[in-house]
Design a protein around this ligand. Structure first.
Ligand SMILES: [Zn+2]
Length: 369
């Protein structure tokens, strides 16, 4: 979309005619009384961009943002908008653990029931099914032939299913929500549900997550293909990537870097608590530090439990004149070093062993000469 800056506010030309996101914003504010935060509004406006034929430009929307910035709330607003305004026949939420998908579903049901005009469209009998694994919210427009019948032809449903090879198969899904995509360590769940969206014109898949590690193959592949289009124009550009993340080698105490991953820092997310979290994670190192990086800095890590923190390693790099005999020196805690490091220390002789144990894991000082 090109043209003069429009009401989005970011400088883009999108308008209510070219994105359904403005309508989502109004619905959130005026009907749900749950106004979107600026980053949520921007995401909705851009994910809602429409082609000239009125169908969404992006068939897959990947939103990466650190934890506790309101991912679930955005999903709740979108799901209710799709049911009550867009009248999408089937919204399916799924995740590797049913609990993740259940969280946004439960919040959506609670919010819909708390608003008179919305709860009026939920049939009294079987409008909300809570049986585990078969959770379903049914919305039937009041002007439908049988507004009290959850099986009315005009009924719209928000179901959740565990992400496994069965979840979503044989359904025609108008909106597919893949919660916590970083947890998908295989394509099994994705392949069961995502193709079921292709049977429906104008369908969209929404994947929201914070960063994962090398095992998060679905997330990593989608992100790569979106970046290939953004940076090199490769591919068909039907994946939207919106990412709030700190630079890869950022210091966990760098507030400016933390703000890049946390659009609600200073509003809903408390900076003092976040820094206290960072201090604890750095002191513990390893898995705890990588957990902090993925969850609060939205940085992809190689593995969850490393012997050496690659960010700290990179920050300690000293570029100087190489001597005649290049030497690489690394110090890690012997106690917590992995087998590969212990092997290297054994082979390194006296010089290799000298520094072992001096440095804390994760924050290992590393010098290259
Ligand atoms: Zn914009």
């Amino acid at each position: 979309m090109t043209g003069p800056p429009g009401p989005c506010g970011c400088g883009c030309a999108l308008t209510p005619e070219t994105s359904y996101g403005f309508d989502v914003d109004e619905f959130a504010r005026d009907v749900l009384r749950h106004p979107l935060d600026p980053w949520q509004r921007w995401s909705a406006v851009h994910a809602g961009e429409l082609l000239p034929d009125g169908s969404p430009r992006f068939s897959i929307v990947l939103i990466l943002v650190a934890r506790q910035n309101g991912k679930t709330e955005l999903l709740v607003v979108l799901a209710l908008y799709w049911l009550y305004v867009a009248r999408i026949a089937l919204v399916l939420g799924t995740s590797t653990k049913l609990d993740y998908a259940k969280e946004s579903w439960k919040k959506a049901v609670k919010l819909a029931r708390s608003i008179l005009e919305l709860s009026a469209e939920i049939p009294k009998r079987s409008g909300v099914r809570k049986a585990n694994g078969e959770q379903e919210l049914v919305v039937v427009p009041l002007d439908a032939a049988n507004p009290d019948d959850p099986d009315d032809l005009e009924a719209c449903r928000y179901k959740i299913a565990a992400a496994n090879e069965e979840g979503g198969r044989s359904l025609s899904i108008g909106r597919f929500i893949a919660d916590e995509l970083r947890q998908h360590h295989s394509y099994e769940a994705w392949d069961a549900a995502e193709p079921a969206t292709s049977a429906v014109d104008g369908s969209q898949t929404f994947a929201l997550s914070n960063a994962g590690d090398d095992r998060s193959i679905v997330l990593n592949d989608l992100r790569e293909s979106a970046l290939a289009f953004i940076e090199r124009g490769e591919g068909d550009g039907d994946v939207m990537l919106a990412e709030w993340s700190a630079p890869e080698d950022a210091d966990p105490f760098d507030l400016a870097a933390l703000a890049q991953a946390n659009p609600n820092l200073g509003t809903r997310k408390n900076a003092r608590k976040l820094l206290a979290n960072a201090r604890r994670a750095v002191a513990r190192g390893g898995r705890a530090l990588n957990g902090f990086k993925t969850e609060h800095m939205c940085i992809r890590v190689k593995v969850m439990n490393p012997a050496i923190d690659p960010g700290a390693w990179k920050r300690c790099l000293e570029v100087g004149r190489p001597g005649r005999r290049p030497v690489a020196r690394g110090d890690v805690s012997r106690r917590r070093a992995g087998p590969a490091t212990r092997h290297a220390l054994r082979r390194g002789g006296a010089a290799g062993r000298a520094g072992a144990g001096r440095l804390r894991e994760g924050l290992g000082r590393a010098g290259m000469h």
